[in-house]
Design a protein around this ligand. Structure first.
Ligand SMILES: Cc1cc2nc3c(=O)[nH]c(=O)nc-3n(C[C@H](O)[C@H](O)[C@H](O)COP(=O)(O)O)c2cc1C
Length: 186
């Protein structure tokens, strides 16, 4: 939970100082990233791996479980060359194995976000954020980490992939708007 003093006082941050970085497999987190961008502006960047994960759901679940167990950090193709220019970094990811996905652990290990405001957001299959938001805080010890946003996304296990359309899309847009107001961004 965000402490009151962590709420941004200066609500207007110039668009060129905002970075929205996301990891997304079935595009739900990507859709949330785009909705946030509609509200706050900023540059949108997808986290991509040098060696992509398998398409097969059971194969990726098994691989992620092994990586979480061993602490392996998959190398990223995505490099942020001009990190200095950004003051506010939104970090989007699905819950994987009730944790922060390994590629986001790689991202936060590769990129020093000290002194920046970090704002996590998440989609999951209905089991919540797990330890992911706590891990973001742990990996960004010198950042101001604000209250994150989370909503239910797909349930790939049951063949439910992209859900951010129709009524759900409208609902999530409203939730994002309320959250951004609550944390003092808009
Ligand atoms: C490897 C893997 C592990 C997952 N583990 C969880 C989990 O532990 N808890 C949960 O609620 N959802 C879990 N999910 C479901 C995703 O978090 C959910 O479908 C999310 O909306 C996917 O986001 P995306 O469409 O941006 O990829 C998992 C999905 C994958 C692919």
């Amino acid at each position: 939970q965000t402490k009151p003093e962590a709420i941004l006082e200066n609500t207007q941050v110039a668009s060129d100082k905002i970075l929205i970085v996301y990891l997304s497999r079935t595009k739900n987190t990507k859709a949330v990233a785009e909705m946030i961008q509609e509200q706050v502006g900023g540059t949108l960047i997808e986290v991509e791996l040098v060696t992509p994960y398998p398409e097969d759901y059971r194969a990726i679940v098994a691989q992620v479980a092994r990586e979480n167990e061993s602490g392996f950090l998959p190398p990223l193709k995505t490099k942020i060359s001009n990190l200095d220019q950004y003051e506010v970094i939104y970090l989007g990811f699905p819950t994987w194995g009730m944790q922060l996905p390994p590629p986001m652990k790689s991202f936060l290990t590769d990129n020093n976000l000290s002194g920046k405001t970090v704002i996590p957001f998440n989609t999951n299959a209905g089991y919540g954020v797990g330890s992911s938001f706590k891990t973001v805080k742990k990996l960004c010890p010198k950042s101001r980490v604000l209250e994150g946003f989370s909503t239910k996304g797909g349930v790939e296990r049951d063949g439910i992939l992209f859900v951010m359309e129709g009524e759900k899309r409208i609902e999530v847009k409203t939730q994002i708007n309320q959250w951004l107001q609550r944390i003092g961004i808009i």
